[in-house]
Write a protein that binds this ligand. Structure first.
Ligand code: G3H
Ligand code: 13P
Ligand code: ZN
Length: 328
């Protein structure tokens, strides 16, 4: 059954767990997440970006989600719009049946230029008004995702910019967060604490200086009733990086957000953890390996199935680590 993000976050807070929110673009991703949730008895958040609707086609994405709900009637499903860039994108998601939307006003509508507080609070409040009138939840974002090592946003997923970000926007300020929640009435808030989108987050295992889980604690102490969202939270599994490179790929050495750091964040109010890159890497690694080991195969179901199974294992591991397994 479909539920709203707010219902799920409130329940997660009562029970001290966090929810991975996986991005979906195709059938195999949807099936991997649903099969994993079913296996470990977890609710799910399926999130689609505007890019996902463009990739699959809006009706295709909408019907894939409907199919997921029909195939797994016991799994509670939140259908969430990831990184809405303006009011129109969020409104179209609502018309499409999403039960939750993210209005990302931390960046201007080009999704590259850091926006002013006034712009962000104004446009987010506007979306909250419309969405809440229809019983739909809203996630906002305060602060810009970017590396505390380099000051750069993640590069390869359309959120990139060459501009260096200043320290103030790279780290969400607890006081400003309290003001933002008051000004907008968002249900949950994405914060900047040193994570960034894509595979290239950290050049070595992240220390407390570049991944600031203590900042989450400070924000949570100031706004304990607001559910905190961590973006850019892929762990960039070493073994999948190796598999990709062992079977003809060429990815650079890189480090993601350790699962233990996320688990620590969950203790301090993180309820939604956005993950896209990990499933992309598992899928690519599994397909590269399958094709390289089965050179005569030309049935795509075989390698798509390998991709689905690889993604499913990651989903299961995150459901268990974040504590939502058993809460479906
Ligand atoms: O934060 C972005 C997600 O990784 C989705 O990326 O806009 O390429 O679908 P996308
Ligand atoms: P990753 O690139 O770390 O998977 O982050 C995804 C994300 O934040 C989607 O909104
Ligand atoms: Zn994100």
């Amino acid at each position: 059954a479909m539920i709203t993000l707010r219902e799920l976050m409130d329940y997660a807070a009562e029970n001290n767990f966090g929810m991975p929110a996986f991005n979906v673009n195709n059938m195999e991703q949807v099936r991997a997440i649903m099969r994993a949730a079913d296996a470990v008895d977890s609710p799910v958040i399926l999130q689609g970006s505007a890019g996902a609707r463009k990739y699959a086609g809006e009706p295709m994405l909408r019907h894939m989600i409907a199919a997921a709900v029909e195939m797994f009637p016991n799994v509670p499903v939140v259908m969430h719009q990831d990184h809405g860039s303006d009011v129109g994108v969020c409104l179209r998601a609502i018309q499409s049946g999403f039960t939750s939307v993210m209005m990302d006003g931390s960046l201007e509508a080009d999704m590259k230029t850091p926006a002013s507080y006034e712009y962000n609070a104004g446009i987010t409040a506007e979306v909250v008004k419309i969405a809440h009138a229809g019983g739909v939840s809203v996630e906002g974002e305060l602060g810009c995702l970017g590396s505390l090592e380099t000051g750069m946003m993640g590069e390869e997923d359309g959120h990139g910019s060459d501009e260096k970000l200043d320290m103030h926007s790279l780290l969400t300020d607890p006081e400003e967060a309290a003001q933002f929640v008051k000004d907008t009435n968002v249900d949950c808030l994405a914060v900047a604490v040193g994570t960034s989108h894509g595979a290239y987050k950290f050049t070595s295992k992240p220390s407390d200086d570049v991944l600031k889980i203590d900042q989450i604690k400070k924000i949570h102490e100031r706004i304990p009733d607001t559910h905190i969202v961590m973006h850019g939270s892929s762990s960039v599994p070493e073994e999948w990086l190796a598999t990709i490179n062992n079977f003809g790929g060429d990815m650079g050495q890189t480090y993601g957000v350790p699962v233990e750091a996320i688990v620590e964040g969950i203790k301090y109010g993180v309820r939604k953890v956005n993950i896209d890159t990990d499933l992309r890497m598992a899928s690519t690694g599994a397909i590269r390996q399958h094709l390289s080991e089965n050179t005569a195969n030309f049935d795509p179901r075989k390698f798509f199935n390998a991709a689905e199974n690889a993604m499913m294992e990651i989903c299961k591991a995150r459901f268990e680590a974040f504590g939502c397994a058993g809460h479906g």
